[in-house]
Design a protein around this ligand. Structure first.
Ligand SMILES: C[S@@+](CC[C@H](N)C(=O)[O-])C[C@H]1O[C@@H](n2cnc3c(N)ncnc32)[C@H](O)[C@@H]1O
Length: 217
């Protein structure tokens, strides 16, 4: 059996996740403008786009906008007439993302809400139910974000969460002390989702791993 590696990842990306100029700019321009280089990869973006379309997402939520790279992929997967609400606490990130959404031609479909997602989600609840939620913010918040998503996604809707592997550390034995807290958060989060009877779930293993769960009850 071939072992999934960077060469196979590139093979998939070149075939299925080719980026246009706006997507490339959202990915490459964000770090140049001082944002951390922690966007999802194009391969992961293509997967999110597909998930959004597969569940017919009209109402989607993203937690953690950064420069808008993942948001562009999701927005391009929405069903006709769909909207993505993306939550970001750093004003500078939201401003850069806004430019990238405009350049990608999705600004009419994307609503950036500035503020701490824990507070924003309380207000957003009344706008549900939602079809799709993507979690990609601080790891200690994942249990709260997942519980919120479970409560506000319709049956048949999809919840996805990035960094399931925590850069491989979830199965590592010698995790550097500075990574231990987030690694433990992700280990606990993965166990929690795997044991949740109201979803069918797994980890999509490209990039840093994406937990994906479809709500069944
Ligand atoms: C990993 S980055 C998101 C990357 C983005 N999804 C992409 O792939 O293009 C995480 C983002 O979440 C934001 N963030 C972290 N904690 C947050 C919180 N509690 N509320 C809102 N945004 C938060 C950070 O400022 C950062 O921009």
């Amino acid at each position: 059996m071939p072992i999934y590696n960077d060469t196979l990842s590139k093979y998939i990306t070149d075939l299925f996740a080719k980026q246009d100029d706006a997507q490339r700019r959202a990915l490459e321009d964000s770090p140049r403008r001082g944002l951390p280089a922690i966007s999802i990869t194009p391969e992961e973006g293509r997967f999110l786009q597909m998930l959004a379309r597969m569940c017919g997402a009209v109402k989607a939520v993203e937690i953690g906008t950064l420069g808008g790279h993942s948001g562009i992929w999701i927005a391009r997967g929405l069903a006709p007439g769909g909207k993505l609400v993306t939550l970001e606490r750093a004003r500078a990130h939201a401003e850069v993302a806004h430019e990238h959404f405009a350049a990608a031609g999705v600004a009419d479909r994307v609503d950036i809400r500035l503020g701490d997602a824990h507070a924003t989600l309380q207000n957003l609840a009344s706008e549900g139910p939602f079809d799709f939620v993507f979690i990609d913010a601080e790891k200690s918040g994942y249990p709260f974000y997942f519980d919120w998503a479970l409560a506000h996604v319709r049956v048949g809707g999809v919840i996805a969460a990035h960094n399931a592997f925590r850069y491989g550390d979830v199965v590592g034995r010698d995790v550097p002390p500075e990574h231990l807290h987030d690694t433990d958060n992700m280990r606990e989060f993965n166990r929690r989702v795997a044991a949740e009877p109201r979803v069918i779930s797994t980890i999509y293993p490209a990039g840093d791993g994406t937990v994906v769960a479809v709500k069944i009850a």
